[in-house]
Design a protein around this ligand. Structure first.
Ligand SMILES: Cc1cc2nc3c(=O)[nH]c(=O)nc-3n(C[C@H](O)[C@H](O)[C@H](O)COP(=O)(O)OP(=O)(O)OC[C@H]3O[C@@H](n4cnc5c(N)ncnc54)[C@H](O)[C@@H]3O)c2cc1C
Length: 429
């Protein structure tokens, strides 16, 4: 089966590795960028996706270049702790949660795709503009190149992994329009800084109007040596402020936004100091997409942000795009009829992703910070007097359950690995 994947982001690359591991060997990735560069800032990848990367034989290489996150703590704007929970191995998962630079993760995936599928499997400077079904039941894809004009390619299946501005999705839903903005503006960056707390903690601090997310993405080479630290701060946009297109790499001067976060300096962590010392600050409107009624259209389907772009709460965007590729490969390997396989993939993934998209519109698990601010805007001595522990635990638990991401399910559910398909037909699940 000839498969074209649109987009060599985290979702597209993992889909390629998953399909290859399931025995498909005619896979082409079309990437619009002329050159794939290690761009972006930090990501947290949850244990359910690390399990998939482990089963694909990629996780060991990531452990060397990431931090195994031990806990997640929420703070109010005065630096008082609202809630702390163990993460990854410390929470009982068999796989860690990894805090990692997106570019490093993409680099490892890219290298592995080239090793396993061959250097020619990825075609850069190849922007998919359209697709249509062909009379023989396949799909024809129109591709625009900056160098070399336009071409057309045929395949049996097109997988749209081309992100929040997906061209494949736009063909399926021509009247949808742009992403939906929630009136928050995010600034992100990385800074080499001295480790904070135990060096393995992710923190989220703020109030109903502002948020700061900070975590380390490397371990110190000597005690107290600086570590690569990811920070993201968000606040409501000013009246009349129009966001830029959701471009992840729009650099802005820190002075434009620093004053809004000046008080988030807690002694053990200096958020404004991190911003001031960053090489670069990137501005990004917080946008997502509406859940879709269908991901498949003829011989095309969607995956990752193209299918279910969600507000960045709960570390689920890239995490779930990794799981998508594995489930898609399993469905394709297990069903001779391609349409059946696409329906099975969608039935397994779409309802859960819809629930996550909707919950993230209500701030996902970060609602804990809103609650603390609502009930104790001037701060608190004892969080138990403001929010009962059981209420906080319930918010955290119900969010983990949404993406089937609780430790028991992740540790014990059947694997998505399959014995590879043969030329004669489907593989074994
Ligand atoms: C502030 C913020 C923080 C985040 N934090 C986390 C986190 O901690 N954990 C987490 O799991 N997720 C996080 N995410 C979400 C995560 O980054 C995305 O969900 C994830 O990167 C989506 O991967 P993707 O492969 O689907 O899309 P993308 O990474 O967007 O990749 C799409 C690829 O397709 C290419 N492309 C686009 N159009 C075309 C075309 N027409 N033809 C060919 N190629 C094309 C692009 O160049 C790109 O390479 C965060 C997002 C934001 C904004």
């Amino acid at each position: 089966m000839r498969i074209i994947i649109t987009g060599a982001g985290i979702g597209g690359l993992v889909a390629a590795l998953s399909l290859r591991a399931a025995g498909f060997d005619e896979i082409t990735l079309l990437e619009s960028a002329p050159e794939i560069r290690p761009i972006g800032v930090g990501l947290n990848i949850l244990p359910n996706a690390i399990r998939e990367l482990d089963e694909l034989g990629v996780a060991e290489r990531l452990y060397e270049i990431a931090v195994s996150t031990g806990s997640l703590s929420y703070y109010n704007r005065f630096g008082s702790v609202i809630w702390t929970e163990p993460r990854g191995i410390s929470a009982g998962y068999h796989w860690p949660q990894l805090s990692i630079h997106r570019g490093r993760l993409q680099g490892v995936l890219l290298e592995t795709v080239r090793e396993r599928l061959g250097a020619d499997a990825i075609i850069s400077d190849a922007r998919v503009t359209e697709f249509e079904s062909t009379p023989d039941g396949g799909v024809q894809v129109a591709v625009a190149h900056r160098v070399g004009g336009n071409t057309r390619m045929c395949a049996d299946l097109l997988v749209g992994a081309d992100g929040i501005h997906s061209a494949v999705r736009a063909v399926m839903y021509p009247r949808e329009g742009g992403p939906r903005w929630n009136q928050l503006v995010v600034w992100r960056g990385t800074t080499w800084a001295k480790p904070f707390l135990d060096g393995r903690t992710m923190i989220i601090a703020g109030d109903r109007c502002r948020r700061a997310v900070v975590y380390p993405m490397s371990t110190p080479i000597a005690p107290g040596a600086p570590v690569l630290t990811n920070w993201a701060v968000a606040r409501r946009a000013e009246e009349g402020q129009i966001p830029n297109r959701a471009d992840w790499n729009r650099a802005v001067e820190p002075e434009r936004f620093l004053a809004n976060f000046a008080d988030l300096a807690f002694g053990w962590l200096d958020v404004p100091g991190l911003i001031r010392s960053a090489d670069q600050a990137l501005e990004y409107p917080m946008v997502d997409r509406d859940p879709l009624p269908r991901w498949a259209c003829g011989r095309a389907t969607l995956l990752g942000d193209a299918a279910h772009a969600m507000n960045p709460m709960g570390s689920n965007g890239a995490t779930q795009s990794i799981v998508d590729g594995r489930v898609l490969a399993k469905a394709l390997a297990g069903h001779r009829d391609l349409n059946d396989a696409l329906l099975i993939y969608e039935a397994e993934r779409r309802p859960a992703m819809t629930a996550l998209q909707e919950t993230n519109r209500r701030m996902g698990p970060e609602v804990i910070i809103d609650l603390a601010d609502e009930r104790a805007p001037g701060g608190f001595d004892l969080i138990e007097q403001v929010i009962p522990v059981v209420e906080l635990a319930e918010i955290s638990q119900s969010y983990a359950d949404l993406g089937a991401g609780d430790p028991h399910t992740v540790n014990t559910r059947p694997s998505f690995s399959v014995t590879p398909v043969t030329a004669a037909g489907g593989g074994q699940v």
